[in-house]
Each structure stands twice: as structure tokens, then as C-alpha cells.
Design a protein around this ligand. Structure first.
Ligand SMILES: Nc1ncnc2c1ncn2[C@@H]1O[C@H](COP(=O)(O)OP(=O)(O)OP(=O)(O)O)[C@@H](O)[C@H]1O
Length: 542
């Protein structure tokens, strides 16, 4: 990084000399002044034609041209670039330098967007650095140049030979969602650590410069006032990802502890009947999608997948182009997806939301291959289908999620979700994090809310009377290890899938979390949000 202008000292004599390109005592302007004095005498005597000549020579455009001529003369004599030296100082966060591999010249590698160097318009990538504060940099390493800069006080003067063709930034501004995190300090390949921009999964970045194939310049949208920083280009990150992938031994993912114990037998009596209903506004509602068997099947099926996807997620696109999307009131509502570790309260929050306004919020009716019970109605609790039908939905990619429980298949179809949205209702569903990708289509435009547990000491208090459902017991009190496991799983979900979360709610006080959920859903439906660019282009197909 070029460091300069450390103090607020006025420009020194050298600055002044360098920044004075023309000497008013010499050159054409001086000759012109003398000619005008002569003409003035004739003008007063009213000699014919003198008035015309006098006005011509006094015209501002001629004066300006002559000044330019004088500047150019001086430029030619000094062979270097006094015009560049008019700058008093460069920003301390303005440019990076490098050594040319063949010539050994010190070149400006890049000018950082938003820094003083860029705003001054006086320095461009490719410019050759000749002197710093009168000291020649010829034959020096970039580090030695930085050292000279670090030792300098007050205004710093650069003498540069400009690049022949300063690059023109004609690129359009692009916004991306970071699908991984990046820490410049941990990246030995970054050309200038100080110029690096650290970011987290899910951060929205404004890419301001993609001229370099390997290193882009970007800002976080939460911090647009600052100057840009260096980030690895998509191409470079993919290369790094591939290298990382091949360097990893194939692990059985023992670090992701499963809550599922496959070989234990389930006590049929413990997992009670599927029937669930609740009362709201003086009416009895049957709420689909809350069946215990359904939730248990989902959990059993997907805990295995969470392990498998740990490796797959490494090689996805590092950046996803995003645009601001504002839903029109006439558009279908966006799908609301709740994600969270088992027991955190996803179903409790969803149930409360629907109870609050069942005409506005609804769950999708799931499919099952188990037989219908006497009190159930096809299409109300479940869509009852044969195994063949279910499998054809699965293999035809018509299922957003599915799982097997006690020999029966359970799942939520795309059509069931669309049916709710087409009624103009907000469909609220819970998904395992590895299924979010399947739901991310321009048709559903899902808004993903991560329900996160609060810390264990808070949960011990808030979950005192709470009951959880396991494979073996229906209403079991939370033990300390259950809370610990919930916290661990939440961390893993965030680490692995945080890039897909549009919003995070910490479920500590149930009433607060419910209110936050309601307001987040309203924002998702009514306010502009960043969504993948492919969701809003006119010719997009999901
Ligand atoms: N903030 C909270 N304070 C107190 N109790 C809570 C809170 N959130 C949820 N609970 C209770 O915790 C228990 C588990 O919640 P819930 O069934 O919603 O979990 P879940 O995330 O849907 O997981 P699963 O699908 O495994 O049941 C329920 O008894 C619920 O009432």
C-alpha cells in the first residue's frame, strides 16, 4: 500500500517548485504581454485595424493555448511528467505497487476505488514510479519503496511516468452474495494483505473492478462509504477450492455428530398418533405439515445428508450475483422457509404464526405413502399416495423434501407449496438446511429464516417446562446435553449453510421470537431484498 500524507504539513518548497509547471517570467505569455503593451500605444492613437488585432491577442482562448504550449515545452525539456507531480500527496489507502518481472520497474499495480489516488484522477495502474520525495526508486524492491514511504513525514511527492493507455473502467457495477468466508490475513497469495477485504458467508458485496482476472476490488454494501478492498476473483477462488478439495483426505465426517441412532428399535407406543390440531379464533384448525412422523422422518433422512453435503458445498460457486427485488403486491407471496436445529422451536414458531392469522399464513399439505386413518381427510392432513406415485414425484424432482419413517415415505411436494402461494397465502414451511438449494427457484423466491438457539444458560431457564420429541419419546424434558447438542448443530448449520440465510432469529423468549418472525416475514414480502439475479431476469426458468 502506498502510504502518504501522514501529517497536515503545508507543501514544502520542493512541492511548490514541482507543482509550478510554467514560469510567468519566460516564454510566450511574456512575449504576448510585451506585444500587447506595444499595441496599446497604437490602439490609443486609433490606428486602423489595430483594434481587431488587439482584441484577438487579448482573447482568453489564445492566452489559454499559450499556457498549454508553455507547459508542454517544459514537459519536453524535463522529459518526465510534471503534470503528475501537481498532486500534493496520495492517499494512505490509495494504491498498491509491484515490480515488473522483466524490467524491474516499480509500477502502480492497482489504484484502489474510493481512495484518494483514484479520486484525484492522477494515478493509474501501470504508471511507473520513478522517485519518492526526490529519492530514485530505480532498482529497489517494492518493500524498500514502502519503507521510504513509511519513513516520510508530511506531503509525499511521487514522480511517475504515466502508463501509455490508462485503463478505462467501463465495467458495470455488480453485486454478489459471498458463498464462503474470506480472511486476507490467512491468504499468503494476496498481493497486498492491507488492501484485502475480509468477508463472511452471506455478505453482499459490491464489485467495483474486475479488470484483474485474479483480484477484484469490492466493498461491503453495509460499508459503501469506505474505499474498496481486494478480494479473490471467482476464477481464483474456484481454483483454490479445487486445490483444497484434492488436498483433503476422504473423511467419514465423524466431526458431525448425528442425533440419530440407527440401530435402536423404536418403541411404537412412545411415538403417539400423528393427529395434531389446535384451536384458534374460536375455531378448530387442522394444520398440515406438523405430523410427528413427518418431522421424525425428515430428521432421520437428512441428518445423513448433512454429513454428505459437508464436502459437496466446498465446490459451489464462490459468489452468487444478486439484485434488489421488490415484490409487487400482485405477485405471488414469497415462500418462507424456517431452518433450525431439532428442538429449537421451528414448529412452535410456525404454529403460532399460522394461529395468529390462518387466512394469511399456511403450511403445505405433505404427501405420505402410509394409509389414511379413519379420522383423517385426504388432502387435509396428507395427500395419501402409493409408493410408486411418491417415487415418481421424487425422481421427477417434484419433491422439495422427503424422508422415510417406519417404512413409509413422507415429503412436501412443489405443487403443494405452489397451491398455497397461488391462493395468495404465505406458505411457511420448515426445511433441513441441505434442502434449501432445491427450493431456491425464481418461482418460489424463498426467504430463509434461521431459528437459532440462545445460549445454554438462557435456554435452561426458558426451556424449563418445554418438551421435545425424539424417536423414542414424545414429550421429554430437555436435558443439558440436548441443549448442548442443539447449540452444536446450530453452529454447524450456520458454518455450512449460513450463506443461504436471509435472516436470523434467536429464539429465547418465545413471544419476542414470534414477533420478530412476523416482522421478518412482512419485510420479506413488502420490502426490497437481495435475491439471486437469475430469479428476476425476464427469461428465467426455474
Ligand atoms: N423460546 C421458547 N421458550 C420455551 N419453550 C420453547 C421455546 N421455543 C420452543 N419451545 C418449546 O420447545 C419444544 C420444542 O419445540 P419445537 O417442537 O417447535 O421444536 P422444533 O424446532 O420444531 O424441533 P422438532 O421438529 O425436532 O420438534 C416445544 O415444547 C416448544 O413449545
Amino acid at each position: 500500500m502506498i502510504q502518504s500524507n501522514k501529517g497536515a504539513d503545508p507543501p514544502n518548497k520542493k512541492d511548490m517548485k514541482l507543482s509550478t509547471a510554467t514560469n510567468p517570467g519566460n516564454g510566450l505569455p511574456q512575449i504576448l504581454r510585451l506585444v500587447l503593451q506595444e499595441l496599446d500605444l497604437f490602439y490609443r492613437r486609433d490606428v486602423a485595424g489595430v483594434c481587431l488585432l488587439y482584441n484577438l491577442l487579448r482573447s482568453p482562448w489564445l492566452q489559454a493555448l499559450l499556457k498549454v504550449y508553455d507547459c508542454l515545452q517544459e514537459f519536453k525539456e524535463k522529459k518526465l511528467v510534471p503534470a503528475m507531480l501537481h498532486t500534493q500527496a496520495l492517499s494512505h489507502e490509495g494504491a498498491t505497487i509491484k515490480r515488473h518481472e522483466m524490467t524491474g520497474d516499480i509500477l502502480v499495480a492497482r489504484v484502489i476505488h474510493g481512495g484518494l489516488a483514484e479520486r484525484s484522477g492522477l494515478l493509474y495502474a501501470g504508471d511507473k514510479l520513478v522517485e519518492v520525495n526526490g529519492i530514485s526508486v530505480e532498482g529497489l524492491d517494492p518493500e524498500q519503496v514502502i519503507h521510504i514511504l513509511a519513513m516520510s513525514r508530511g506531503t509525499i511527492m511521487f514522480k511517475v511516468v504515466p502508463a501509455l493507455d490508462p485503463p478505462v473502467n467501463s465495467q458495470k457495477m455488480v453485486y454478489v452474495r459471498a458463498m464462503l468466508e474470506y480472511w486476507p490475513q490467512e491468504d499468503p497469495s494476496i498481493p497486498c494483505v492491507d488492501a484485502g477485504l475480509p468477508f463472511q458467508k452471506g455478505d453482499i458485496l459490491q464489485i467495483v473492478d474486475q479488470k484483474d482476472a485474479l483480484w477484484w476490488q469490492a466493498r461491503k454494501i453495509s460499508d459503501l462509504g469506505t474505499c474498496a478492498g481486494l478480494i479473490p476473483s471467482s476464477h481464483l477462488l474456484k481454483r483454490k477450492q479445487r486445490a483444497f478439495w484434492w488436498s483433503q483426505p476422504c473423511q467419514p465426517y465423524s466431526h458431525l455428530k448425528s442425533t440419530m441412532i440407527d440401530d435402536m428399535k423404536i418403541d411404537e407406543k412412545c411415538v403417539e398418533a400423528d393427529k395434531e390440531e389446535f384451536v384458534g379464533h374460536g375455531q378448530k384448525f387442522f394444520v398440515a405439515g406438523f405430523r410427528r412422523s413427518m418431522r421424525l422422518s425428515r430428521r432421520r433422512c437428512h441428518l445423513g445428508q448433512l454429513r454428505a453435503s459437508a464436502r459437496c458445498s466446498v465446490v459451489g460457486a464462490p459468489y452468487e450475483e444478486v439484485v434488489k427485488y421488490q415484490r409487487c403486491p400482485s405477485d405471488k407471496p414469497r415462500l418462507i422457509v424456517l431452518v433450525g436445529p431439532s428442538g429449537v422451536g421451528v414448529n412452535e414458531l410456525r404454529r403460532r404464526l399460522i394461529e395468529l392469522n390462518p387466512d394469511h399464513f399456511q403450511s403445505a399439505v405433505p404427501h405420505t405413502t402410509r394409509s389414511k386413518k379413519s379420522y383423517e381427510v385426504n388432502g387435509r392432513e396428507y395427500h395419501y399416495v402409493s409408493k410408486e406415485t411418491f417415487e415418481s414425484l421424487m425422481y421427477g424432482h417434484r419433491m422439495l423434501e422427503y424422508g422415510e419413517y417406519k417404512g413409509h415415505l413422507y415429503g412436501t411436494s412443489l405443487d403443494a407449496v405452489k397451491a398455497v402461494l397461488e391462493e395468495g397465502k404465505v406458505c411457511v414451511m420448515d426445511l433441513e438446511p441441505q434442502d434449501i438449494q432445491v427450493a431456491r427457484t425464481h418461482e418460489l423466491k424463498p426467504y430463509v429464516i434461521f431459528i437459532k438457539p440462545s445460549n445454554i444458560s438462557c435456554m435452561k431457564h426458558s426451556r424449563k417446562n418445554a418438551k421435545m420429541i425424539t424417536d423414542y419419546f414424545v414429550d421429554m424434558k430437555f436435558k443439558d446435553e440436548d441443549l448442548q447438542e442443539m447449540e452444536n448443530l446450530a453452529q454447524k448449520m450456520e458454518t455450512q449453510f449460513g450463506q443461504f440465510f436471509d435472516h436470523v432469529i434467536i429464539n429465547d423468549i418465545l413471544e419476542d421470537a414470534s414477533a420478530q418472525l412476523l416482522s421478518a416475514i412482512q419485510q420479506a414480502q413488502e420490502e426490497p431484498q437481495w435475491v439471486p439475479a437469475t430469479w428476476v431476469s425476464s427469461d428465467t426458468e426455474s
